[in-house]
Design a protein. Sequence first.
Length: 158
Amino acid sequence: MAKFERKGKGGIPQISTASLPDIVFMLLFFFMVSTVMRETTLKIEQHLPGATEVKKLERKSLVSYINIGKPKGATFQAMYGTEPRIQLNDAFAKVADIRDYVFAEREKMDEKERPLMTVSLKVDDKTKMGIVVDVKQELRKASALKINYSTRKVEAIE
């Protein structure tokens, strides 16, 4: 009869890494799907004013943003000064550029949704109202009559 000998001691078997690439790709896919990329990079200082009665917008796809505030950082202040500026998407603009911006934003939308377009003004709380009035006048000329002021929610003071 033959004798069977044990060649090695028992020990713990190594962990299988065969499924590791699958797990890595599942995690990668999850983060790619769930991550939202920032649409614009702010080049202005923006500390929104506080409000107690805040209403959330229903459909953000119908909202176009106009940012107004002092240029951020020494680099932008050296180029554009310290007076409040208008930022449309990723670029500084003048009041006269707002009409073209509104028309371009309307063109991106479906024709049924164009009357529902809302322009949201994100204005720094230290900005004077003169530039805001100029922006509102230009929006009126562009027939963008649905205007929203973006704020941050604060608790009511009693």
